[in-house]
Write a protein that binds this ligand. Structure first.
Ligand SMILES: [Zn+2]
Ligand SMILES: [Zn+2]
Length: 514
């Protein structure tokens, strides 16, 4: 059996929860989706795929936590700073959409996340904002239930969060202040459950914003409140019937919100909690990403590589390990080539025995969607040949697989436009006179034949170098100089085939004329 976390997790889920499974995921859409966001939907999606492959009825619900407070203005939205600033501390669903196309800031970024999911081929059965779950009254009974057991709830929170709460603490819920609209700054003073109201004061200073001092009451049925996160999570899991849900390691540390959720399920709801799984962070060049710093912009990364390559990157490793992504072109090229090679193995239905490799082939299967990936042409070749000819018709003639090339086209054009091609792949056919090894190059050119394959040309370089007793490395360098005007380049055989063998022959003979 393949030793992959998705398989192990699916085994556990089926064994403990049966054949109809609800998988939940959720994020606070407090800004543009970044690379770290993909964990939140790709890991559950991998599980959904594996369960469905086994004929399990898997239902995937994705929740946008947009009742959460708007706590910082992302760097990429700095130009809207003046407009957004007064809304700090309000629920994201009450903050205006800076782009004006959605009802709120929170909804804008929730739907932007949904669009990104679509790019990755991730199709939740349901995407819902937490505001809707609140306004439909799903949380009402939970609020009352917790309020009636305030002491026990407080004790569970203290034990599982490893934090002592103040004597007067009653903050199982965060009311929205009716005066200033903020949710981050309110404190509960008391409950009147027979009347169905929560009494609060808006007086907290949370660093990025301050309360207005207003003292008021909010009716439970008006839904201008949200439960504290540690209570919101298990409540939602309970009414959605969640069987399995993942979260980042930060939620799963000792004192983290997962421990609270489990305790609430067991000790208050008297039910078995969902199965949890925890995943590591995606680092970008070794650093943790954050929405506010605007690092790891997903749209940018997806303009450089197809989404399935990023999925493969995520799925090939362990679940809990941190994964270091680099938006550096050399890293992306080698990742792409690995993806392609593994994809070819998968396509051939090759029997792979070596465990590490088998795991990668399985990761490829999870990463690929029904639409076929471009496996038969190398990204590097397309990049090189496009630079030489600048004409997609010629690229297709030279490499074949026109449909695959069409799929890679925008990525290659972006690499060229953004000028991020590593120098050894940066090509311009640029015949340049040479001063060294002129006879050797001339002899090499004389031996080139129109129908030679790249590997034959490669071998010819060694042959001629031996014949003239020069270091093959030297000869390669000289040939690059002659063809490109620089001492390096992509694989010479491929390069010469790409330019055209007779054209190279003619060029080299002319350059070495006596
Ligand atoms: Zn919008
Ligand atoms: Zn207020």
């Amino acid at each position: 059996m393949i030793d992959h976390w998705v398989i192990r997790l699916a085994n556990k889920v089926v064994k403990e929860k049966g054949k109809a499974i609800v998988i939940a995921a959720g994020i606070t859409t407090s800004g543009p989706p970044h690379l770290g966001t993909v964990c939140e939907f790709l890991y559950p999606w991998a599980l959904v795929k594996e369960l469905r492959r086994r004929g399990v009825d898997a239902y995937f619900v994705f929740v946008g936590d947009i009742m959460d407070a708007f706590d910082s203005i992302p760097t990429s939205l700095r130009e809207y700073g003046e407009m957004l600033e007064p809304h700090l501390g309000k629920p994201l669903v009450h903050v205006p959409d800076p782009y004006g196309c959605h009802r709120s800031y929170g909804e804008h970024f929730l739907w932007e996340t949904a669009k990104i999911m679509e790019k990755f081929g991730v199709k939740p059965d349901e995407i819902v904002g937490s505001n809707e779950l609140y306004s439909k009254g799903f949380y009402d009974d939970y609020l009352v239930f917790f309020a009636e057991r305030l002491d026990l709830v407080k004790r569970i929170l203290e034990e599982t969060s490893l934090r002592k709460l103040p004597q007067s603490w009653k903050d199982i819920v965060l009311p929205v202040c009716e005066k200033c609209g903020k949710i981050a700054t309110t404190r509960v003073l008391g409950f009147n459950l027979s009347e169905g109201t929560i009494e609060y004061i808006c007086d907290k200073d949370v660093g990025y914003t301050k309360g207005c001092g207003h003292k008021g009451k909010v009716a439970i049925r008006d839904h201008m409140w949200k439960l504290a996160w540690r209570l919101d999570w298990p409540s939602r899991q309970d009414f959605l019937g969640v069987d399995v849900e993942g979260a980042g390691v930060d939620h799963h540390t000792r004192g983290g919100s997962w421990d609270t959720a489990v305790a609430i399920h067991k000790r208050l709801f008297k039910k078995e909690p969902p199965i949890g799984f925890k995943y590591g962070f995606i680092l970008l060049r070794g650093r943790k990403m954050s929405k506010s710093k605007g690092l790891g912009d997903l749209n940018y990364i997806l303009s450089l590589v197809p989404p399935e390559v990023l999925k493969y990157f995520l799925f090939r490793g362990g679940l809990e390990e941190n994964k270091n992504f680099k938006d550096d072109p050399r890293f992306l090229l080698s990742l792409y080539e690995e993806f392609r090679n593994i994809g070819l193995l998968f396509e051939k239905k090759a029997k792979v025995k070596e465990p590490g490799l088998a795991k990668k082939v399985y990761a490829y299967m999870l990463a690929s969607e029904s639409e076929k990936a471009s496996l038969h042409v190398s990204f590097t070749d397309v990049l090189v040949i496009y630079q030489i000819y600048g004409d997609w018709k010629v690229v297709k003639e030279k490499l074949g697989f026109p449909e695959e090339i069409d799929k890679l086209r925008t990525y290659v054009e972006n690499w060229v436009k953004l000028n991020i091609i590593p120098k050894e792949y940066r090509i311009k056919f640029n015949p340049t006179p040479i001063s060294k090894h002129v006879d050797v190059v001339r002899s090499f050119a004389g031996k080139l034949r129109e129908n030679m394959k790249d590997i034959e040309i490669h071998n010819l370089v060694y042959e001629v170098a031996r014949e003239y007793n020069v270091n093959p490395k030297e000869l390669f360098k000289t040939l690059y100089e002659a063809l490109l005007g620089q001492p390096y380049g992509p694989r010479l055989g491929r390069l010469i085939v790409a330019i055209g063998v007779s054209k190279v022959k003619e060029t080299l003979l002319k350059l070495t004329e006596k």
